[in-house]
Write a protein that binds this ligand. Sequence first.
Ligand code: CA
Length: 218
Amino acid sequence: MTRILVAEDEARISSFIEKGLRSAGFTTDIATTGADALHLALSGGFDLLVLDIGLPGIDGYEVLRRLRAAHVTLPVIVLTARTSAEDTLASLEGGANDYMPKPFRFDELLARIRLRIADAGAGGGTVLSVDGLQLDLRTRRASVDGRQVELSAREFALAEELMRNPDRVLSREQLLSRVWGYDFDPGSNIVDVYVGYLRTKLGAAHIETVRGMGYRLR
Ligand code: CA
């Protein structure tokens, strides 16, 4: 049974969400203050948190900040005021997985909840994100500063390997065996060729050549 924690102080909204989630087959708990939300979320019994920003006591941002500081990876969908782009941005930067501007239709929220739960179920951390580069491991999409880029399967695998090890130098041999999966051929320059492709697509500055050692994602 999938359990969803709804942190919302307005009874009208929380009961609307709760009814909808129950009829969709989810179990729900309601928290009406930030402190409650934090306490329940830290207890670890939930699969997703729907988090209102405007909560009494500790607000939604602070709840989110403390959860992430405690390394809780629970997917969080933040409820924001439709007019506030700043809220939205701050929520995503604060570690929210998604946001839902108020007012919303229940089916919109439900679609996002299902998507985020599916993401989490697909092995957690399905989006790798380093300095403006993003790889969505589930949809196999890549983007640079929000702009989508097309990567071949091999380019994607190479980008994934580099992004899983940011700021670490990976040798050609390591990249060759992890991405291509065959024994190193000292004469092969295939890694260099593909790093060149990635630089063209992702921006040259992201991948640094470390002389005599290999490559490093910055
Ligand atoms: Ca509120």
